[in-house]
Design a binder for this molecule. Structure first.
Ligand SMILES: C[S@@+](CC[C@H](N)C(=O)[O-])C[C@H]1O[C@@H](n2cnc3c(N)ncnc32)[C@H](O)[C@@H]1O
Length: 282
């Protein structure tokens, strides 16, 4: 019960941060810094440039989950944590009028922004549902593709999310998820609320991610893309988002700025944006 209450509090904090971010028009993973990696978001297809240049369609993602996807006309696609709706609209174009796209998000401000964006395109094969990805408001075995862009790291209950992905997929259906993974984060950083909403503190390792998907029953789990966060990205996170506790840098015999530089160096190469593919057995 205590664990559940804690998870609810974490989600409420994350939701408040994203409500603020979308209202202020700040893209990318919430914090005072950006979650986009220096390698870029991976949206290169010319057909989506008109969507990306639209300021209302702000992206908070860390990859392009639809890149490398074999989404076909007539498919049903589910986007976990659909935000302002960019990936929903790209998917809606791919599945066409005979297909269906469903987004789930828990943040009212994001949902209303996405609904406005959908309305402006006039597409009627796409909808957004309010809910949490740990208990998806979607019937079992109804979806061909689960996609998600920089969201599962924000979940305090990742096992539930992986189990839900398995539940909603049709047999033979697949998931493509872009997300942040991180190795060996120091304890103070794991406990930073702000770095949680910035998609860092809640990130698990690539190995744990793959294990979680396999334990949920998914197979053919593979990493399709990997992009390291550059030193400058990490410096920006550590310096502007985190409150390094004073006892930590005093113990290190450094001032706050030097300690931030030190952590940026030690974390270099350990924070990545990864695209995972997995399939539900036929
Ligand atoms: C980093 S943003 C990504 C938004 C979008 N996927 C994109 O690429 O622009 C995270 C989004 O996931 C939503 N979110 C985070 N945790 C969630 C959860 N447990 N259940 C439902 N939505 C969640 C937030 O409200 C926010 O809209």
């Amino acid at each position: 019960m205590k664990e559940e209450r804690k998870a609810k509090e974490v989600r409420e904090e994350v939701s408040r941060n994203y409500a603020r971010a979308v209202s202020e028009g700040k893209g990318c993973c919430g914090g005072s810094s950006s979650c986009c990696n220096s390698a870029g978001l991976g949206y290169s297809d010319e057909e989506i440039l008109d969507l990306i240049s639209d300021p209302e369609l702000i992206s908070f993602g860390c990859g392009n989950p639809l890149a490398f996807s074999e989404v076909r006309e007539g498919d049903t696609v589910l986007d976990l944590g659909s935000g302002a709706g960019l990936d929903l609209l790209i998917a809606a174009r791919k599945v066409g009028p005979s297909g269906r796209v469903i987004g789930i998000d828990m943040t009212d401000e994001m949902i209303s922004r996405a609904r406005k964006n959908i309305e402006r395109t006039g597409m009627n094969n796409v909808e957004v549902r309010k809910g949490i990805i740990e208990e998806m408001p979607v019937d079992s075995e109804t979806v061909n593709w689960v996609i998600s862009n920089c969201v599962i790291n924000l979940s305090p209950e990742k096992k539930k999310v992986f189990d839900e992905i398995y539940r909603v997929l049709k047999a033979g259906g697949a998931m493509l998820v872009s997300d942040v993974v991180a190795e060996d984060l120091p304890g103070w950083l794991r406990n930073s609320d702000r770095l949680y909403s910035s998609c860092i503190a809640g990130a698990i390792s690539e190995t744990d991610y793959i294990r979680g998907l396999e334990e949920a029953g998914l197979e053919n789990v593979e990493v399709r893309e990997r992009a390291e966060y550059g030193m400058e990205d990490i410096k920006a996170f550590v310096k502007t988002s985190a409150e390094i506790p004073s006892e930590i840098f005093e113990e290190m015999g450094m001032d706050r700025a030097k300690a931030a530089d030190h952590y940026a160096e030690t974390l270099s190469g350990k924070i990545l944006s990864v695209q995972f593919y997995a399939r539900k057995p036929s």
